[in-house]
Design a binder for this molecule. Structure first.
Ligand SMILES: [Mn+2]
Length: 650
């Protein structure tokens, strides 16, 4: 096995996602958690001899990361990504098209040992800030040659996923990246066949699709990506955005590819899915075969959650019968304290020894754990969370948010109520998203009234602007939305051949008020050309754990414990004579990229609109190096440059 891994034809790729750097960054205890976990990923990538690190979005928690967060992030990248180590693979595709600049390790002025490839997520997507060009925080790292930012879409009216083509020895990997878009919008474009994947005409590639969207797990039809939308010829999907770790590749619902969902490296909300052990994954690809070895992260604050139904708790049966309010509160408090105490013990036991004890950005107060107890308090009053948490200061990192009260759940015997989404609302909201979502809904409800209906601005757009203003801290969000709407409306009027001089327009609106139904039809029709920086769903509220800081105990022993079967191959990088190539490729990059924001050209994607029907292959076995997947024979080989062909998704 060891020899296999040293094979010059084996691509070794460290896969991780949703690092959420800067999460809780003002919290004295939890503030460095996100950095510690990311540092472990970087070090594992180097120690396991990864050719590169692949990230699936939400590297940053905030759209505008604080200076402190940027500083820490760049310190980590400087330490672990920049080095003299040789890079043993090459980029075959047009780098300008992929990254808007050359790939970072080929820049002759820097020395990159661990290339990083990343798409953006919903938290760190590009925004305009009142300027012409949308920039993401990843652009800053990209221009500083610290990572390679790919998967950004340049068109407002269609999606064209153009791969980064990589070659190492005889193995070729096509990396398809799609940075996050609002789910409804992406879904609509997919249905309208405005989503295209470009495929190289020659050569056999192992195709990896990296995306950052809601996954279809019982969510609304239009607010997620369904596996059936993904081209059947993709080999492996790296699914970002979903924070629960399901890193072991699973057969997709359609049976044509595998899905790996690494999950976040730091718990961003205190829910069950985040309590699963955190992992990154070592993906190895040789030819058409792959295997993925999960690596458990140790620089993760232990987190357990549980739930209790008060009127079923044995300790409280007496109090219920008596119904005495005062005693009741004390009894409830004692009951919950005992349960939380047990949770703290459980959490401590889940801790694994730290893999590294010489971290640049170690976790603060690593002894403190995260616990969450969901309390169904039907028949009882709630307690003050902050007051209750006081007794756990110094042991629990989220003392002000330990308990979560609810009354939804009736007796455990009664059927669980399923939440039925109403028209216009999105998926069920997480706790913490609730406040923001309620405002969305409030505005929607207000403006849905017949009289109050907005005539030109749409309420969805207004909500998007609101989210941009609040979540992305974009002070121009409203002004830009109004501007875009005006431009759309003007265009629509030109197209209709309406009068264009101000006086006749005024006259027209005076005598014929627009229909009360909805926005004018023409506005609807052209709304596909809408902004590409539409804000996404509101960010989760940060649990306001005001940690009372305890001295950080130094992390302990080094441990190479992984759940996978593969021992680490010695770091082996073919020292390639890449400098000469670097000079060459650097010389000819004078292409000036234009922003195709107002691209009005007709979309011909539907001309040849029926892609081959997906056939259901038998579920592939996880067995790594055998049983290559059948794949379409490559088209007639093309000499010289990489020739791409479009493929329309259905
Ligand atoms: Mn995320």
């Amino acid at each position: 096995m060891a020899e296999e891994e040293e094979d010059d034809d084996v691509f070794t790729i460290m896969v991780a996602t949703d690092s959420h750097l800067g999460y809780c960054d003002r919290d004295a205890v939890r503030g460095t958690d996100s950095f510690a976990a990311f540092e472990e990923v970087l070090r594992l990538a180097n120690d396991r001899g990864a050719d590169f690190l692949l990230l699936a979005g939400d590297l940053f928690h905030d759209n505008k990361p604080s200076r402190r967060t940027l500083f820490k992030t760049m310190s980590l990248l400087r330490r672990y990504a920049l080095s003299d180590a040789a890079v043993g693979f090459e980029v075959l595709s047009d780098q300008e098209a992929n990254f808007r600049q050359s790939v970072n390790y080929e820049d002759p002025h820097v020395s990159v040992g661990l290339p990083i490839f990343s798409i953006h997520g919903n938290h760190d997507d590009p925004t305009r800030e009142g300027g012409v060009e949308a920039l993401a925080a990843l652009d800053l790292l990209s221009v500083a040659n610290m990572l390679n930012y790919f998967g950004r879409q340049g068109h407002a009216d269609r999606v064209e996923v153009s791969p980064v083509l990589l070659r190492k020895g005889n193995t070729r990997v096509a990396l398809y990246g799609l940075g996050n878009m609002r789910d409804e919008r992406l879904n609509r474009m997919w249905q309208q066949k405005r989503v295209r994947f470009l495929r190289p005409r020659d050569g056999t590639y192992f195709s990896i699709f990296v995306l950052h969207q809601n996954r279809d797990v019982g969510r609304g039809r239009n607010t997620c990506v369904h596996e059936s939308m993904i081209p059947a010829w993709i080999d492996l999907v790296i699914w970002g955005h979903e924070h629960e770790c399901q890193i072991k590749p699973r057969e997709s619902a359609v049976g044509t590819f595998r899905v790996c969902q690494p999950g976040s490296s730091v718990a961003c909300s205190l829910v069950e899915g985040e309590a699963k052990p955190k992992h990154c994954g070592l993906l190895q690809v040789r030819g058409a075969e792959f295997r993925l070895t999960p690596l458990r992260l140790t620089c993760v604050r232990p987190f357990v959650c549980d739930e209790v139904v008060l009127n079923e708790a044995p300790e409280l049966q007496d109090d219920m019968d008596e119904g005495d309010g005062a005693d009741n509160a004390t009894a409830v408090r004692d009951c919950l304290a005992a349960r939380v105490e047990a949770l703290v013990e459980r959490a401590r036991k889940t801790r694994s020894a730290f893999r590294y004890d010489d971290m640049l950005l170690p976790m603060a107060a690593p002894d403190q754990v995260l616990v969450r107890l969901k309390v169904d308090h039907t028949g009882f009053a709630t307690l003050n969370n902050a007051k209750f948490g006081g007794q756990f200061v110094g042991r629990v990192a989220n003392t002000s948010a330990i308990l979560h009260f609810s009354r939804q759940k009736q007796a455990s015997t009664s059927a669980a109520k399923t939440w039925v989404p109403t028209e216009g609302s999105r998926e069920p909201v997480e706790e913490g998203e609730l406040a923001a979502a309620a405002i969305d809904q409030l505005i929607q409800d207000q403006l849905d009234g017949q009289e109050a209906k907005l005539q030109i601005l749409e309420e969805t757009k207004m909500n998007e602007a609101l989210n941009g203003f609040v979540d992305k801290q974009d002070p121009q969000a409203f002004a830009e939305e109004v501007e875009r709407t005006l431009v759309r409306e003007q265009k629509a009027q030109y197209k209709r051949g309406d009068a264009t001089d101000p006086e006749s327009i005024r006259a027209k609106y005076r005598q014929a008020p627009p229909p009360a139904k909805k926005a004018p039809a023409a506005v609807d029709a052209s709304s596909e050309e809408d902004s590409d920086d539409a804000p996404k769903k509101p960010a989760k509220k940060k649990p306001a754990a005001r940690g009372r800081k305890k001295a950080a105990a130094p992390p302990s022993s080094e441990d190479e414990d992984s759940e996978g079967e593969a021992p680490p191959p010695p770091r082996k990088r073919a020292a390639r004579a890449s400098r000469a190539r670097k000079q060459a490729s650097y010389a000819d990059d004078d292409d000036d990229d234009d922003e195709e924001e107002e691209d009005d050209e007709e979309d011909d994607a539907s001309a040849d609109a029926s892609p081959p029907p997906k056939k259901k292959r038998g579920a592939r076995k996880q067995a790594p190096w055998k049983d290559p997947a059948p794949r379409a024979p490559p088209k007639a080989p093309q000499p010289a440059s990489i020739d791409m062909t479009g493929w329309d998704s259905d």
